[in-house]
Structure formats: C-alpha cells, structure tokens
Design a protein around this ligand. Structure first.
Ligand code: FES
Length: 119
C-alpha cells in the first residue's frame, strides 16, 4: 500500500538524485558541519561528480544546504529521492558515496548516519 502522503510524479524528475551537504556553522561548543570540513567535502563531491560524468539534467545535482537538524552527527549529507543520510570523515568517504550511491544506486552502509542522531 502506498503512503497517503506520497505524491504521484507528474513528470520525470529533472535530476535523478540530489545530494545535499549541510554547510551550516554554529558557535562552539555546539556541533556543526562547517567545523568538520563540510565545505571542502562539498567542493570535492562537486568535482568528483563532474569528473565521473554524473552532473547535469537527468543525473546528479550536488547542493549546499543550511542546517539539516542532525548536527550531532556532523558533518552530514543526504541523498534524495532515497532519503539516505550519511556522515563522512574524509575525501575517500565522499569518493565512495559518489561511486557507489550516486553512480550505481548502492547505499554505502558503513557511512550511514544512525537513525537516532538529531541536533
Ligand atoms: S549544522 Fe549541519 S546538520 Fe545542523
């Protein structure tokens, strides 16, 4: 049974997937993505998506985001339409998300953000 709040797409999606990187900054001691290398990860992801030929309509869009309200897991990123939440440490983690999830649709289990992580 389909969830009652799931809309039926009127047309094919303009992008197959979006990945949103939170780049938000908070005053210490609050956790935030900006203090954990989010800007560099975002830029690296954009570069890797482009290099892999995944950028553009019908493919993948890499977006900046404000706070995604899961700050204690910082840095975080989320991939839609799957709604898959990731936390990452370095550029190798971003490379794996690009290659596995954004290119092949395979979730990177080891980088999943635990479901109970909030702000
Ligand atoms: S600061 Fe990144 S999720 Fe809140």
């Amino acid at each position: 049974m389909t969830a009652p709040d799931t809309p039926t797409p009127a047309q094919p999606p303009y992008f197959q997937r979006h990945i949103f990187f939170c780049l938000n900054e908070r005053k210490a001691p609050e956790a935030c993505c900006a203090a954990q290398g989010a800007q560099q990860a975002f830029e690296h992801c954009k570069k890797q998506v482009k290099a892999a030929g995944l950028a553009g309509p019908g493919k993948v869009r890499v977006n900046k985001s404000g706070c995604l309200d899961r700050c204690s897991g910082a840095p975080v990123a989320v991939v839609y339409p799957e709604g898959t939440w990731y936390t990452y440490v370095d550029q190798q983690d971003i490379d794996e998300i690009v290659e596995s999830h954004l290119k092949h649709g395979q979730v990177v289990e080891r980088l999943l953000l635990p479901p109970d992580v909030g702000r």
